[in-house]
Design a protein around this ligand. Structure first.
Ligand SMILES: C[S@@+](CC[C@H](N)C(=O)[O-])C[C@H]1O[C@@H](n2cnc3c(N)ncnc32)[C@H](O)[C@@H]1O
Length: 248
């Protein structure tokens, strides 16, 4: 099992991945993160940014109509919403992150508290709640929604960094032909967080990379990137995205 691509792909690396794509600074695994995590060393990663999968419990849209019955509104969108409990993978993030380093995890309003509990139970220290302002609203049972959230945590002590901007980040969401994934996140916002939290050549991880905006942000900021994606379709999209970028 497994393949690795050096600027290409190969099978059978024994790393638990169905395929692995490697360039000088980027490693993409087609795998279940929990399989890859087991092979990653303690204290080996400088930053984690992720937008994890979770089952939606209410609200949202389905086939263009409001869906208040709950359930997996993305079930026909081609990516896995299979339950992977926050309490399952967040302790692994804590283990592999270096001391004095930052973990950023995206959440909607409904999952904020469960994410926070899993982080605190894993010994992470809460740093900040950041707001991604999409500058457009989507219908909701209550107030139309315009934000998603990024919870920021620290492992161990504070690392002196160059934090700039504010806790509210206005973004332009990928749309139309520039949009590769149903829940794609904007690269400039991720680039900003990476620059604020890491130094050049440090290693960032996204355990649920989707279409790989974190990988693109790492290349643009001269950081190394490790990404994991369970669905073959999004692994391929990620690989193509990295191939298309000039390596800086
Ligand atoms: C919310 S999406 C991430 C989208 C991404 N931020 C982007 O901008 O394209 C979560 C991704 O995690 C993947 N996923 C779900 N379970 C996984 C697992 N156990 N290991 C790795 N990836 C997984 C899903 O297929 C999905 O593409």
């Amino acid at each position: 099992m497994g393949s690795r691509m050096e600027g290409g792909e190969r099978q059978g690396m024994g790393n638990g991945a169905a395929a692995t794509y490697i360039t000088e600074n980027t490693t993409l695994h087609h795998a279940d993160f929990l399989g890859i995590a087991g092979k990653m060393e303690d204290n080996s990663i400088d930053m984690v940014f992720t937008d994890p999968p979770f089952e939606l419990t209410g609200g949202g849209m389905k086939n263009g109509k409001l869906n208040y019955k709950g359930g997996e509104i993305f079930q026909n969108c081609g990516f896995s919403t299979k339950s992977i409990g926050f309490e399952t993978w967040i302790p692994e993030i804590y283990r592999i992150l270096k001391e004095e380093r930052y973990f950023y995890v995206m959440s909607n309003d409904r999952n904020l508290f469960a994410v926070h509990k899993a982080c605190i139970d894993s010994d992470f220290k809460f740093c900040e709640l950041l707001v991604m302002d999409k500058k457009m609203t989507v219908p909701s049972t209550y107030y139309p929604k315009r934000a998603e959230f990024i919870l920021m945590y620290r492992k161990g002590g504070y690392r002196k960094s160059h934090f700039s901007g504010s806790t509210i980040m206005e973004v332009k969401m990928p749309r139309g032909s520039e949009k590769r994934h149903p829940t794609e996140k904007p690269v400039p916002m991720i680039e900003h967080l990476i620059r604020c939290s890491t130094l050049e050549n440090e290693v960032c991880l996204d355990p649920f990379m989707g279409s790989c905006p974190v990988g693109e942000a790492c290349i643009r900021t001269k950081r190394k990137f490790i990404g994991v994606e369970i669905e073959k379709r999004w692994f391929k999209v990620s690989q193509d995205r990295i191939k298309e970028l000039p390596q800086m």
